[in-house]
Design a protein around this ligand. Structure first.
Ligand code: FES
Length: 139
């Protein structure tokens, strides 16, 4: 199995220090517990619910597929979790990837493969699947 490590194994965070009464900004490198942490909404509602739900659109099976594929690809340092409602139901199935907080919608296994290969392995966002911050209702 190939050894692989995410491009995001460390991140730079900004901290403020108070030296001699002055506040000074510093950037430090912080080791992450998971390089990449993915949350896939697997919330389920009745099919007649006005907001819909990600499970009805196949999110549970696709999240499980993503877990299997990431293991088969030998991806270390990442965690993929089922999540409750991420509150962007109308745009689902939804997932959010940290540490960047990048949101995706997806509909099939090919979308999952592309997110794993492009975003997770190579740090390149999959533009056609991105959810923008201004999309979807804020409840
Ligand atoms: S049901 Fe998936 S975001 Fe709400």
């Amino acid at each position: 199995m190939p050894e692989w490590r995410s491009v995001a194994s460390k991140r730079n965070i900004k901290i403020s220090t108070d030296a001699d009464g002055d506040t000074e900004n510093q950037y430090v490198s912080e080791e992450l517990f998971y390089d990449i942490h993915i949350f896939c909404c697997t919330n389920e509602r009745p099919e007649t619910h006005k907001r819909g739900s990600c499970v009805v659109k196949g999110s549970r099976e696709l999240c499980d597929y993503m877990c299997r594929r990431s293991m088969a690809m030998g991806l270390n340092g990442i965690r993929i979790n089922h999540a409750g409602c991420l509150n962007r139901c109308e745009l689902g199935p939804t997932m959010v990837i940290y540490p960047e907080g990048v949101w995706y919608t997806y509909t099939n296994e090919a979308d999952i493969d592309e997110i794993l290969k492009s975003h997770v392995m190579n740090g390149r966002r999959v533009k056609r699947l991105l959810l923008q911050p201004d999309q979807g209702p804020r409840h």
